[in-house]
Design a protein around this ligand. Structure first.
Ligand SMILES: Nc1nc2c(ncn2[C@@H]2O[C@H](COP(=O)(O)OP(=O)(O)O)[C@@H](O)[C@H]2O)c(=O)[nH]1
Ligand SMILES: [Mg+2]
Length: 309
């Protein structure tokens, strides 16, 4: 009899945990840290994450399915509204919600009632235990945490408060220990050997987008979408050839992304290829080109059909 098959049905602590919070709180960093590998892209810029990204942490005694989400903010434009909608949807589908904050940021002012009411409104949709995760404690003194805890506890009755540093992997064991008692027992929801349900194509597009976020300024990152047009592996030598389109919103953005003599695009390609080779564990030939789709971020059909919102 095959014991491997039997063990995968053995019930363990198993459940879904959503990572939500304002842009830049460190949700994707925490997800990668708990997974011990990079699945979700991270940059210093807000609104890096645009989709829900699933990461599966497997141990003998548990399986934690993390859902990384776009940052919660007051969104007006179609793309941003879709992003917030995805984040809010995840609140209702999970066993535990982790509300992340960057503790190095100033607290909302006493009179900033709009901001506070917005948080309370978002959190009202939560029907499961929710923890306040105070991230980036490496940036300040522990005693400075008290006012943060006080201010946010007044806004929502969190079940626990956990200070940590996702960047330094400090306090994350305590986080896991706080999550586990809140998860039901059951068979694993995902096979033990795959860390995400995202396709390789999606992860490759995300890596390219990350490099554009890191290497361009102003509005360019927010005007960029990446579409993988082909993805082929040569069976003989293992070389993977990927054609990807960098989609911009306006003609004037094209020379910025291409750069003088194609320098910028080349540098984005070099950085992306390195990470893609690591991800796929094979040699990669990456072909990037830039195209314009006027105002794509406001085009609901494009968002749906090309970006899967
Ligand atoms: N100092 C410090 N920086 C962090 C920490 N966690 C995340 N960051 C940084 O905060 C920025 C935003 O992180 P990211 O994970 O993309 O935030 P998200 O928008 O919530 O997903 C990046 O520059 C991260 O390196 C932390 O614990 N300490
Ligand atoms: Mg993110």
């Amino acid at each position: 009899m095959n014991n491997d098959i039997l063990t995968s049905y053995v019930p363990v602590k198993c459940g879904m945990v959503a990572l939500v919070g304002p842009p830049n709180a460190g949700k994707s960093t925490l997800m990668n840290c708990l997974l011990k590998q990079k699945i979700s892209i991270v940059t210093p810029k807000a609104q890096t994450t645009r989709n829900r990204i699933l990461g599966v942490v497997n141990e003998d005694a548990y399986q934690i399915v993390l859902i990384d989400t776009p940052g919660l903010h007051q969104a007006r434009e179609p793309l941003n509204r879709e992003m917030v909608r995805l984040a809010l949807e995840s609140l209702t589908e999970v066993d535990v919600v982790l509300f992340l904050l960057d503790v190095s940021l100033p607290l909302p002012k006493e009179k900033d009632t709009e901001k506070k009411e917005q948080l309370a409104e978002w959190m009202q949709q939560v029907k499961c235990p929710a923890m306040l995760v105070l991230n980036k404690i490496d940036l300040l003194d522990r005693k400075e945490l008290l006012p943060v805890i006080k201010a946010y506890s007044e806004l929502y009755p969190f079940d626990a408060v956990l200070p940590l540093s996702a960047l330094r992997d400090e306090g994350t064991e305590q986080l896991i220990n706080a999550i586990l008692p809140l998860l039901p027992m059951g068979p694993r929801l995902f096979p033990e050997d795959i860390p995400t349900d995202a396709t390789e194509r999606f992860l490759v597009a995300e890596i390219i987008r990350e490099k554009i976020f890191l290497q361009t300024g102003q509005e360019i990152p927010y005007s960029t979408a990446v579409i993988i047009e082909s993805f082929k592996e040569n069976e003989e030598n293992g070389l993977v050839t990927i054609h990807a389109a960098i989609v911009l919103e306006r003609d004037s953005q094209k020379p910025i992304v291409i750069g003088k003599g194609g320098k910028k695009l080349k540098s984005i390609g070099i950085a992306a290829r390195k990470d893609i080779e690591n991800l796929l564990d094979s040699r990669v030939n990456l072909k990037l080109w830039v195209k314009i789709k006027k105002n794509w971020s406001k085009n609901e059909r494009f968002l749906r059909e090309e970006l899967g919102f």
